[in-house]
Design a protein. Sequence first.
Length: 458
Amino acid sequence: MSTSIAVFTSDLRLRDNPVLHAALRSSDRVVPLFVVDRRLAKTGFAVPNRVAFLVDALADLDAGLRERGGRLMVVKGDPVAEIRRVAERTDADEVHLAGGVSAYAGRREARLLEALEADGRRLRVHGAVVTAVEPGEVVPAGKDHFAVFTPYFRAWQRAELRTPLAAPRAVRVPEVPGLRSEPVSAVTSLAPGSPSPGLPEGGERAGRRRFLAWRRSGLRQYADRLDDLAGDATSRLSPYLHFGCLSPVELVHRAKEAGGPGADAFVRQLAWRDFHHQVLAARPDAAHTDYRARGDRWRANDAEIAAWKAGRTGYPLVDAGMRQLRHEGWMHNRARLLVASFLTKTLYVDWRIGARHFLDLLVDGDMANNQLNWQWVAGTGTDTRPNRVLNPLAQARRFDPDGAYVRRWVPELAGVPGARVHTPWRLPEAERDLLDYPDPIVDLDAGLARFRQARHRG
């Protein structure tokens, strides 16, 4: 009987999983495999929030496989060595894997291809698993990727999406004496420590429940409410997309079936995600170096950076976003834009410092969307207006006009009514003295002038 290995990476789901589907179709038996790469602990990419979510996702995946007669094999070590070992022990003909865009994924794929070919086995890499449209499928004439979102989105909309695949009814795995699997909890060794208290539950089933509930109650109004900070009207599906608990292809199909402005706006956000993946696929070094250098000579004020991380900048909307990040391992997208602009342009601090802090906490943090969104805001990426600066007070008036978002996340200011909560330094002195809240660490006009002068000089 023939055997294939389905290696799970960023596709921790049974529904619409081309990797698992192809492995089941090509062989009599399949080994569903996840490799715990110990080296991730050294890179700093494995952090408590993502590891906790990953444990949930793997446990849910294993449960789903067991309901179908299979099980998830978990092993620890170098991915190439471990996949090669399992292939040898099970006499597997093929190994199936989702394509990735990070430099890490590229090196893993190249090493695995070489090792398997040396053993006379085949590697099958599948596209449109992590993204709706595979990076490189739509490109401008004479170039390897789109550098501006709007023309990319037009081409992306014309791309033909594959039909979502059903979950398998049965998964038959080989019985190999002595081939042991680690418990799913072994993953926690990558990042011991406590996750954020408000972290969402991981896994395909949790993700589907969230999507179905939001499609019923939130999708229709999404176009009007996606920037409403206090309303919290976004889908919150980014962690499930990052770990592949949900399929981006299926989400695009389901949104288009619903139709309407809300669905169109949601599909556009999914396209932004694909856009960043195709940029990083073409420019892997953009994860750490400027996509478009501006000659910046970034400041490094440790006290200001520490205040930003702690949510103690003196600007309540900025601080609310940073505290939501620490509590939930997630932040509203509008708040992400604001806090990133404040760090990189108002404080004029290197975007890599902010991107690293986000990766330390974000459950949905990945190299494509995190790094390239930071570059977009910093003006070193694909933004066609690289010198735009988001003013915290103007953003507050537009997206948190009565201060409900701030009062939710900055309890020191919970008693300040209405829009006054956004400018506590303007309160009467007697009221101001009762608040355990700092004065602004920077004057907005001075920060803007400093940034403009620095960019002009660069």
